[in-house]
Design a protein around this ligand. Structure first.
Ligand code: ZN
Length: 143
């Protein structure tokens, strides 16, 4: 009786230890940081000078991120090499707030909170596939 009890305790402790692993992973992920948009306002134009670097850091198609920012800022963005131009004046904080919304919606996995995700199409629906937890979550299409 006593030895059976001991085995039960050990199993319980092991299960508890395993259950704690994903939790600590999630905690680490809250520190996920990406390069901030380097915003320059020039006359009536706004230039994101490191746009290409930001998109490749986030591992998203630049065209997808351009669509999102254009929609959010209400001004179509035009890429020129690594840079992205908007007509209109949008300050650093505004552009970076929009970028953070993008990361939250299209980069971070809604199921586990990690950022090792890819966007793909399945039956014409945009899906986020998470490499960390395997979740598939439908994404809205940016029009
Ligand atoms: Zn996940």
């Amino acid at each position: 009786m006593a030895s059976a009890m001991k085995f039960y305790d050990y199993k319980w402790m092991l299960q508890r230890a395993l259950a704690q692993v994903p939790k600590s992973d999630k905690l680490e992920d809250k520190k996920f940081e990406w390069p901030k948009a380097d915003v320059l306002i020039q006359g009536s134009k706004t230039i994101v000078r490191n746009f290409g670097d930001v998109a490749s850091f986030l591992q998203r198609k630049p065209s997808h991120l351009v669509k999102f920012l254009s929609r959010e800022l209400g001004s179509p963005g035009n890429r020129d090499g690594k840079r992205l131009f908007f007509s209109g004046r949008f300050n650093y904080n505004l552009v970076n707030t929009k970028l953070a919304s993008y990361v939250k919606e299209f980069v971070i996995c809604p199921s586990c909170g990690r950022h090792e995700t890819v966007l793909m199409k399945q039956d014409r629906i945009d899906i986020m596939k998470c490499d960390a937890c395997g979740a598939l979550n439908p994404m809205r299409t940016i029009k």
